[in-house]
Design a binder for this molecule. Structure first.
Ligand code: DCP
Ligand code: MG
Length: 445
């Protein structure tokens, strides 16, 4: 814990949904849900307009549709999220050389290494306000919530206090007053299972936790976790902001002699790979927030699809479930010759839960799989398209041989809607010219 509030944590608001609203003017101010749109799809995030109806990250899309049927359900455009993330990270690195990204939309910044010569509360407050304005400019309208404090823990807690579009600076010396009334879940590493252990001994809030001696805490939770919780309950956190993590990702992949077409088999392979990735993460005491699958199609097109969790995981069941749901959104009917699973956004400190019931999770059964229809093109809701006459737009919906497109971009007003035959040669998917994340890897020599 530092003497001055010099650790800043920034987190973009409703990140994926905000990018969609920026690029789709007709959706601004409306409920938007981004995630898997298929039968087993899971919500990645929802705009604040959709959250009013109780839609949340990690909820099944089916549940989200029931709660907010009039929302726009979009399958997500990773290239746009990555591009926007890069703009924000570049801006942060412009402010301080010590920037630690935690995920695409979230980072710590060490203000002690910025050119602020005074780290008083009024100075860092003005600085953080200006930074928030610069994020809006750099991203074309996305807002960020920022917290500043004497440690990573406090900065991260603070950024969440006035979301969305908020700023909270926790003055040095006021940390414990802030934490005491909060539930123990506010401490990184305290998930449902740890919270339950603590609840059984009457501990609900950080103030309750403070009453427990270090010895008792160790007896209750084991050595490492006991010491960790004892310190954090007192806002004692000396973790430095680290610009580069050594291992950026852990991944496993396999190539196959014959093109795979059986979805069930692909899911089993991904599940096995997820188990191997989890084993390697656990061996090194790591966990990660972003799960990626890599799929090389029969024509050597390589697809990468990712999803980011709210907190890091090392669970084989979670990694496998996310990997399978990412696969569910891809058209692999032409055959697959390489499959891989990776976890990135690695952290050595926050776990989903210190006491996750992993043994039980591992025997999770494979879900039922549907055999995909043969289709030459998939028109996922929300994807970017271009029409030879109408120009750029996005897929509003498709079915029964028809695809409906709304023609608008971030730079236009809300645009008109038109429908076309799914195989209309004048309509094609649109990709940003410099994008490399969705196609790319050349065939092996
Ligand atoms: N994400 C995801 N699955 C989750 C959680 C998050 O795919 N279970 C993705 C979508 C989010 C992005 O990561 O837009 C950032 O995650 P956050 O937890 O920061 O959530 P948001 O930015 O969407 O909302 P908030 O305003 O609460 O930060
Ligand atoms: Mg966010």
């Amino acid at each position: 814990m530092r003497g001055e509030a010099s650790v800043l944590h920034l987190d973009l608001d409703a990140f994926f949904a905000a990018v969609e609203q920026r690029d789709k003017p007709s959706l601004r101010g409306k409920p938007v849900v981004v995630g898997g749109v298929g039968g087993r799809g899971v919500v990645s995030t929802a705009s604040y307009e959709a959250r009013v109806y109780g839609v949340r990250s990690a909820m099944s899309t089916r549940e989200a549709r029931a709660r907010c049927p009039h929302a726009a359900f979009l399958s997500g455009r990773f290239h746009a999220y990555r591009d926007t993330s890069e703009r924000v990270m570049r801006l942060l690195r412009d402010v301080s050389p010590l920037v630690e990204p935690l995920s695409l939309d979230e980072a710590f910044v060490d203000l002690a290494r910025s050119d602020l010569d005074d780290l008083s509360v009024p100075s860092v407050t003005a600085f953080a306000e200006r930074l928030r304005e610069r994020v809006v400019e750099a991203t074309g309208g996305l807002t960020a919530s920022v917290g500043v404090g004497t440690s990573k823990f406090i900065a991260k807690v603070a950024s969440d206090l006035d979301k969305p579009d908020g700023l909270v600076v926790v003055a040095p010396g006021t940390e414990q007053d802030l934490l005491r009334p909060m539930p123990v879940r506010v401490i990184p590493g305290v998930g449902p299972a740890t919270a339950e252990r603590l609840r059984r001994v009457g501990v609900h809030t950080v103030a309750d936790l403070e009453q427990i001696s270090e010895e008792e805490m160790v007896r209750l939770l084991g050595k490492a976790s006991g010491h960790w919780l004892y310190s954090l309950a007192r806002a004692r956190d000396d973790r430095p902001v680290v610009a580069e993590r050594e291992a950026k990702s852990v991944s496993v992949e396999g190539t196959y002699d014959t093109d795979l077409t059986d979805r069930r088999l692909m899911e089993s392979l991904l599940t096995r790979q997820a188990g191997e990735v989890s084993g390697r993460l656990r061996k090194h005491g790591l966990s990660g927030r972003t799960v990626t699958i890599k799929v090389r199609l029969h024509d050597f097109t390589t697809l990468n699809r990712s999803t980011t969790l709210g907190s890091p995981t090392d669970s084989p069941a979670t990694i496998a479930r996310l990997a399978r749901s990412l696969l569910a959104d891809l058209d692999t009917s032409g055959g697959v010759r390489l499959l891989g699973v990776g976890v990135s956004g690695l952290a050595d400190w926050v776990q989903e839960d210190l006491f996750g019931e992993t043994a039980e999770e591992e025997v999770e059964e494979l879900p039922e799989v549907e055999v995909p229809h043969h289709s030459r093109r998939t028109w996922a809701p929300g994807m970017d398209v271009v029409h030879t006459e109408m120009g750029r737009g996005w897929v509003w919906g498709s079915g029964r041989g028809v695809v409906t497109v709304r023609f608008e971009t971030a730079e236009t007003p809300a645009g008109p809607v038109r429908s076309y035959a799914m195989d209309d040669p004048e309509l094609s998917p649109w990709r940003p010219p410099e994008s490399t994340d969705e196609t790319g890897s050349p065939p092996p020599a």
